[in-house]
Unconditional design. Structure first.
Lengths: 109, 115
C-alpha cells in the first residue's frame, strides 16, 4: 500500500462548479499536511497547509480527518486557471515529505 | 529572491554517459532535497541535506547515483553511468530549517532523457 494515495482523475468539471479531492495516508504518526499544485511541465508549488480544524483560503478549503487518515481539498467556483495537478503531501517527521502521485483537474469552459 | 535555480533545464544523453545536475538553493535555507518525478511513481525523495551534510540518502536508487553539497549555495546530483530507466524530471527543493511544517521551494527541474 502506498503511503499517500490519491485518485489520479482526471476530474473534468465546468467553470463555476465545486469539486473535491480526497487523499488518504497510511502513517498514523504523520505530523503535517499540505496541498501542492503542479502545472504541466512546471515545479510543484505550495497551495495551502492543512490544519486540524480545517482552513480556508478564498475559494479553497482544506480539511483533515485524523481518525480516518484522510485530507480533502474543496474548490468552489472553479476557474479555467485552476486546471492543474493537485498533490497531497504528508510530513512524517522533519524532512520526510511524502508526495501523492496527484489528482489531475481540468476545468472546462 | 531568485528562487531555487537548477541547470540544465533539459538534458538528453546516451546510455552509459555521465550526467551532472546542478542546484542553487535559496540563500539562507539550510535544507536541500533532491526529488525524482515519474508518471508511475510520482515524486520520490532521493537525498536530503541539512547544513550541507547528507542526512538521508536511502532514496538513491543505486551506486550509479551520487550527490554532493560542497557549500551552502551549491549541490550536484551525478549519474554515472546513466541508463534509460533514469529518464525522469529531477527536482531540487530547499526549505529554511527542515522543520515538519515548512514550505518546500522547488526549482524548475531538469528533464532528463537517456537514450
Amino acid at each position: 500500500r502506498k503511503e499517500v494515495e490519491q485518485d489520479p482523475g482526471p476530474f473534468n468539471v465546468p467553470e463555476g462548479a465545486t469539486v473535491a479531492f480526497n487523499c488518504t495516508y497510511s502513517n498514523s504518526a504523520s505530523q503535517s499536511f499540505f496541498w501542492y499544485r503542479q502545472d504541466c511541465r512546471k515545479e510543484p508549488k505550495l497551495l495551502m497547509s492543512v490544519y486540524s480544524s480545517g482552513n480556508e483560503d478564498g475559494r479553497f478549503t482544506a480539511q483533515l480527518n485524523r481518525a480516518s487518515q484522510y485530507i480533502s481539498l474543496l474548490i468552489r467556483d472553479s476557474k479555467l486557471s485552476d486546471s492543474a495537478t493537485y498533490l497531497c503531501v504528508v510530513n512524517t517527521g522533519t524532512y520526510k515529505y511524502i508526495f501523492g502521485t496527484g489528482t489531475r483537474l481540468k476545468v472546462l469552459a | 529572491d531568485a528562487g531555487v535555480i537548477q541547470s540544465p533545464r533539459h538534458e538528453v544523453t546516451e546510455m552509459g554517459q555521465e550526467v551532472t545536475l546542478r542546484c542553487k538553493p535559496i540563500s539562507g535555507h539550510n535544507s536541500l532535497f533532491w526529488y525524482r518525478q515519474t508518471m508511475m511513481r510520482g515524486l520520490e525523495l532521493l537525498i536530503y541535506f541539512n547544513n550541507n551534510v547528507p542526512i538521508d540518502d536511502s532514496g538513491m536508487p543505486e551506486d550509479r547515483f551520487s550527490a554532493k553539497m560542497p557549500n551552502a549555495s551549491f549541490s550536484t546530483l551525478k549519474i554515472q553511468p546513466s541508463e534509460p530507466r533514469d529518464s525522469a524530471v529531477y527536482f531540487c527543493a530547499s526549505s529554511p530549517q527542515g522543520a515538519t511544517n515548512e514550505k518546500l521551494f522547488f526549482g524548475s527541474g531538469t528533464q532528463l532523457s537517456v537514450l
